[in-house]
Design a binder for this molecule. Structure first.
Ligand SMILES: Nc1ncnc2c1ncn2[C@@H]1O[C@H](COP(=O)(O)OP(=O)(O)O)[C@@H](O)[C@H]1O
Ligand code: SF4
Ligand SMILES: [Mg+2]
Length: 365
């Protein structure tokens, strides 16, 4: 398994995390296989830090967020929060720890009760955890103010708000219990770009004033780049590369990261990156390829790649926290910058679809 990355006293430590969803078929609902949503994930997160998680749809991002928060049980592996192994806690202790870990979803409307006023929605977690007894209304007004809404909004129902305002309500609900960590699962993905920026700015302001740590999950690398301190790239249930965002954009080491980043336009007119072409589509997590999951599409694959899964390891010689899961990263150079774009081929068009999932603007580290 991957070695833990060097980090002083992490708030969150995830070790060898695996989540398989059984697949049942037939009238007897026999287990016929498993979706390997998480296939051995390791990372750490410091207090007040933001880790961005990027990867295509279905690569296991949401599952990771939910297993970390213990909303679903892992198949194996360990999640430690503030030094405590969550798997070892009894129900009471787990509930107390869960208070410190909250989640914000993509669609706040579906997670807000349409029949409850915003004030009732925000008062609910206070009552559940016995917080601010006797001054709940004042606390609700304070929470609304914190997320840029007005006290009178407490009397309104979710349908009376815009998408951006609803996401603010979702953030206020998460903040109600004074968490240390918030998982933002595609929290701004459904919002218009201008509203996205406002909510991202709000999250950053809250991080500064409250010392929050975020796991920021998104398929849009541009948004992640804006908010994250470090970025983890996932492919078929595994982290293939993790490092600080500047290093990731300037010197990606994993061939998959290189392919994703090769779609970024360069600021200089007339210059384009050598767009990396990957054959085929992402394989099914029901039967991921042996060894390195990426070997069926990797332009650098060799026989060892299908035989042995590469570990996510940092470059110890360089004393770096840039970890990559590739047997041959030292021999692979990042794609060159060239003077003209490559001619599109069917494979290139498939890749363009893949890369368009990472709608990255002309912003280069
Ligand atoms: N409750 C579930 N039961 C069965 N399969 C699931 C369940 N939740 C997620 N999956 C599968 O696990 C894989 C990872 O899903 P998910 O974590 O939602 O990916 P992402 O958030 O990156 O799009 C997908 O193949 C998905 O279909
Ligand atoms: S281990 Fe092999 S297949 Fe996997 S990314 Fe590296 S070179 Fe490609
Ligand atoms: Mg998801």
């Amino acid at each position: 398994m991957a070695q833990p990355l060097p980090q002083a006293e992490p708030l969150l430590k995830v070790e060898a995390l695996v989540k398989h969803f059984p697949v049942r078929t037939g009238v007897l609902s026999r287990v016929s296989g498993a979706v390997r949503a998480l296939d051995g994930v390791d990372f750490t997160l410091a207090a007040g830090e933001t880790l961005g998680i990027v990867g295509e749809s279905g690569c296991g991002k949401s599952t990771l967020g939910r297993v970390v928060l213990r909303l679903i049980e892992p198949t194996s592996g360990r999640v430690s929060f503030a030094g405590q192994d969550l798997g070892q806690l009894d129900a009471v202790a787990l509930r107390a720890q869960r208070r410190a870990m909250q989640i914000i979803f993509q669609d706040p409307y579906s997670s807000l009760n349409p029949r409850m006023t915003v004030g009732q929605t925000l008062a609910e977690p206070l009552a559940l955890h016995g917080l601010h007894r006797g001054r709940e209304r004042a606390r609700v007004a304070e929470l609304l103010h914190t997320v840029g809404l007005a006290p009178q909004h407490a009397l309104r129902f979710p349908h009376e708000f815009s998408g951006g305002q609803r996401q603010r309500i979702g953030i206020a609900r998460a903040l109600a219990v004074q968490p240390k960590l918030i998982v933002c699962d595609e929290a701004v993905s459904a919002l218009d770009v201008s509203v996205q920026a406002q909510v991202v700015n709000l999250l950053q302001d809250l991080q500064q004033s409250l010392g929050l740590a975020y796991i920021f999950i998104a398929h849009d690398l541009a948004v992640v780049k804006h908010i994250a301190t470090r970025i983890a790239v996932m492919y078929l249930g595994r982290i293939v590369e993790i490092t600080d965002k500047r290093t990731l954009f300037a010197a990606p080491r994993h061939p998959y990261t290189q392919a994703l980043l090769s779609a970024i336009p360069l600021p200089e007119p007339g210059l384009k990156r050598d767009r990396v072409l990957l054959p085929g589509d992402v394989p099914s997590p029901l039967s991921p390829p042996s060894g390195c999951h990426f070997h069926t599409r990797c332009p650098h694959a060799r026989p060892l790649c299908s035989q042995q899964a590469p570990m996510l390891v940092a470059d110890e010689a360089a004393d770096s926290d840039h970890a990559v899961a590739c047997h041959f990263w030292r021999e692979i150079s990042a794609p060159a910058v060239i003077g003209s774009a490559r001619v599109d081929t069917p494979a290139g068009q498939r890749l363009a679809r893949l890369q368009s999932a990472f709608r990255v603007q002309a912003e280069v580290a």
